[in-house]
Design a protein around this ligand. Structure first.
Ligand SMILES: *[C@@H]1O[C@H](CO)[C@@H](O)[C@H](O)[C@H]1NC(C)=O
Ligand SMILES: *[C@@H]1O[C@H](CO)[C@@H](O)[C@H](O)[C@H]1NC(C)=O
Ligand SMILES: *[C@@H]1O[C@H](CO)[C@@H](O)[C@H](O)[C@H]1NC(C)=O
Ligand SMILES: *[C@@H]1O[C@H](CO)[C@@H](O)[C@H](O)[C@H]1NC(C)=O
Ligand SMILES: *[C@@H]1O[C@H](CO)[C@@H](O)[C@H](O)[C@H]1NC(C)=O
Length: 624
């Protein structure tokens, strides 16, 4: 969805910052190792990580997330992989297997000869004794690339679910390396120019709402025109990427890799995919963990209200933990939580009138930049996804802004805001048709924006509020969250005047007697997928259990907890569900230096879990 959280660096300067940030983190983490096993494991993991982060970064034309060159070097490219009717794995990315599966574009009309080609990735079980088959992952979105996430994090997911599981994921239709590909623009340049246009957040100034509405409506019209030109009679490919189709694809993939039941761990939007699958095919659910739950009813009605209800609790956690941490660890510290809150309010009011100017420098191609109220609000909104990772940096940036120095903020923003260059698919809509046609090689990105929007608006339907009706909705959301309501209400704007309709939309009911109970997971406060949604969704699935994690942020990954991880593992390994009302404590505290060696250390396995959870926490988050 709209809020584009924490991606990763994408040019040399950002990489530098990123490297120094990582270096700082590593310094803090310097293990005081107590057991020999820890030394060995840490060394192996560090080496592995090192090569992963640094090798890719040190090459000029490579970034953390774009690996075209590496691929080119090994001679392996997605565009060379033909779609096949059965899953034909081939080695890719050194330690993975990839495949492209040909499936019907239109499940409701099999006489339509157009096809989808679903790109898949597998990280093998590393322990073959007691092999338990694959666990499917969906990273969220909609629009998140399963390929990207498994390629970068596959081993870490596996550390949690158990090494006797393969990890499998795929790019949903409309996303990443799968086709149909969806882009609302004929070329990247247009898309970039359009998206770089700064639109103020809805409460920035009187009238901001009108501008934002018009900007969104224009985007929708552009998409509608590209995805469904008025001259065409056939439904365009944009009508075939709803979550109903994705769930159906997942059934097909699961069957074709030889599984009778699905084992699945979905995050954020992935919980909607999970719930949809469970409602459509309840007898095919072997294991399902829905982590960071989207309220299925609100989401499929395209009008979320309750999703925002925890956001201010996380904002309050910023004040609370900043206060508790002290000046040394929190640069925005004051003597009471209330004082910190007031300090932020004052800063925002001041910036609204007097945006901070940052003079041009070599790192900004000589152009001066402005840190506006809208930019600061968006940054605050994005930090709520991952308090542990982001709060200290936010405090630094705010403290500097107060002194009229916007450079710290800009550094943080370049690390965290998306750049269309990496997030947008660059090729026009590819018609379904012959999936064996060579497809243009896609730069890898963790999310495909236009594909994501198309899925979101397919699932939620048209948003045809007038601007005044939409204004009333914004007010409703802002009442529920003073801190970020105005930002999060923008998500719904994505579908304004959206006129490409899904042919197949699953409208519920979202219930079923699944063949194994679902495990729902929720943080005590999640800025977009609150515990409340887990409770609502769980009602439809008898026997399901909700595990509450006493942490702040989006999905369980934002607040590492070995307790949660071990619960998830026992569930996948043995089918065991936690007792109702189980609460897991997180292992880390916001603003406290991470210390991957401290809490654990009971065993090698704990240490591996710590490292895995730490990496999963740092990974990019994709909206809701
Ligand atoms: C994964 O396991 C399968 C089946 O044992 C094997 O054929 C394949 O080569 C393995 N892939 C990798 C990358 O090791
Ligand atoms: C808004 O869209 C819905 C379809 O989702 C349609 O039923 C309704 O008539 C539309 N309203 C207006 C005013 O166009
Ligand atoms: C689940 O099973 C119970 C008991 O057999 C039944 O009453 C209920 O209607 C079923 N729910 C669904 C959604 O099929
Ligand atoms: C699964 O059950 C077995 C046998 O009861 C037990 O030894 C094992 O520790 C359990 N695994 C997990 C991950 O809970
Ligand atoms: C990390 O944990 C170890 C072991 O408990 C402890 O000795 C060390 O002081 C901790 N370091 C920090 C920075 O907290």
């Amino acid at each position: 969805m709209d809020e584009k959280p924490p991606t990763s660096p994408n040019n040399e300067q950002q990489r530098q910052q990123y490297r120094s940030r990582i270096r700082k983190l590593k310094m803090r983490l310097l293990p005081i190792v107590q057991h020999v096993c820890k030394i060995v494991i840490a060394a192996v993991l560090a080496l592995w990580l090192w090569s992963w982060l640094y090798d890719e970064n040190s090459n000029k034309n490579r970034t953390w997330m774009r690996d075209g060159e590496e691929v080119a070097k090994s001679g392996w490219r997605w565009s060379d992989v033909g779609a096949t009717r059965e899953v034909e794995w081939q080695p890719c990315y050194e330690k993975y297997d990839c495949a492209k599966l040909e499936l019907p574009l239109d499940y409701l009309d099999l006489t339509d000869k157009r096809r989808a080609a679903i790109a898949m990735i597998r990280f093998n079980a590393t322990e073959r004794t007691d092999y338990k088959g694959p666990v499917f992952i969906n990273p969220g979105g909609p629009g998140g690339s399963g390929i990207w996430f498994v390629k970068h994090l596959g081993p870490y997911y596996q550390s949690v679910v158990g090494k006797n599981h393969d990890i499998i994921s795929f790019d949903p239709r409309g996303v990443g390396a799968s086709s149909p590909r969806i882009s609302c623009w004929d070329n990247m340049q247009d898309s970039k120019i359009w998206k770089f246009k700064d639109v103020d957040v809805l409460d920035a100034h009187p009238g901001s709402l009108y501008d934002a509405y018009a900007h969104a409506a224009a985007s929708s019209q552009q998409c509608a025109y590209t995805l469904q030109p008025p001259t065409k009679s056939d439904l365009g490919v944009g009508s075939f990427v709803s979550t109903a189709s994705v769930a159906r694809d997942m059934l097909e993939i699961m069957t074709k890799v030889g599984e009778e039941k699905l084992k699945y761990w979905g995050f954020s939007y992935g919980t909607y995919l999970g719930a949809t699958f469970a409602a459509m095919f309840p007898d095919k659910v072997g294991r399902m963990v829905n982590d960071g739950n989207v309220d299925v009813v609100e989401y499929s009605a395209g009008r979320g209200i309750h999703f925002i209800q925890d956001a201010d609790t996380i904002m309050a956690a910023f004040y609370h933990f900043c206060h508790a941490a002290g000046q040394e660890l929190c640069a925005f510290h004051l003597d009471s939580e209330k004082d910190i809150e007031t300090r932020l309010e004052k800063l925002l009011e001041n910036i609204r009138k007097n945006p901070v100017v940052v003079p041009g420098s070599s790192s900004s191609s000589g152009r001066p930049q402005i840190v506006s109220y809208s930019k600061v609000k968006r940054m605050i909104g994005s930090t709520l996804y991952r308090p542990l990772v982001m709060f200290p940096a936010l405090a630094d940036a705010l403290a500097a802004l107060e002194k009229g120095d916007g450079s710290v903020f800009l550094d943080l923003a370049t690390q965290n805001f998306d750049d269309p260059l990496i997030c947008e698919s660059r090729y026009g809509v590819q018609e379904g048709g012959d999936p064996t046609d060579p497809t243009p090689e896609m730069p890898e990105a963790e999310v495909s924006e236009d594909g994501g929007t198309t899925i979101l608006c397919s699932d939620g339907g048209w948003m045809n509020d007038t601007v005044d009706e939409f204004g009333a909705y914004v007010d409703e959301v802002m009442i529920r969250s003073k801190s970020v309501g105005a930002i999060m209400a923008e998500m719904r704007l994505e579908c304004v005047h959206w006129s490409v309709q899904a042919k197949w939309k699953f409208d519920g009911p979202f219930d079923g007697n699944t063949s194994h109970p679902i495990l729902f997971i929720a943080n005590i406060a999640d800025n977009v997928t609150p515990l409340r949604s887990a409770r609502v969704n769980a009602k439809g699935f008898p026997e399901s259990v909700i595990l509450v994690q006493n942490g702040y942020g989006h999905t369980s990954l934002s607040a590492p907890s070995k307790c949660t991880a071990k619960t998830i593992r026992a569930y996948f390994q043995n089918g065991t569900l936690p007792a109702p009302n189980t609460v897991c404590e997180p292992d880390l505290t916001p603003f406290e230096p991470y210390n991957v060696t401290s809490s654990m250390a009971e065993s090698c396995d704990d240490h591996q879990l710590d490292v895995a959870l730490f990496e999963l926490m740092k990974a990019p988050v994709i909206g809701a």
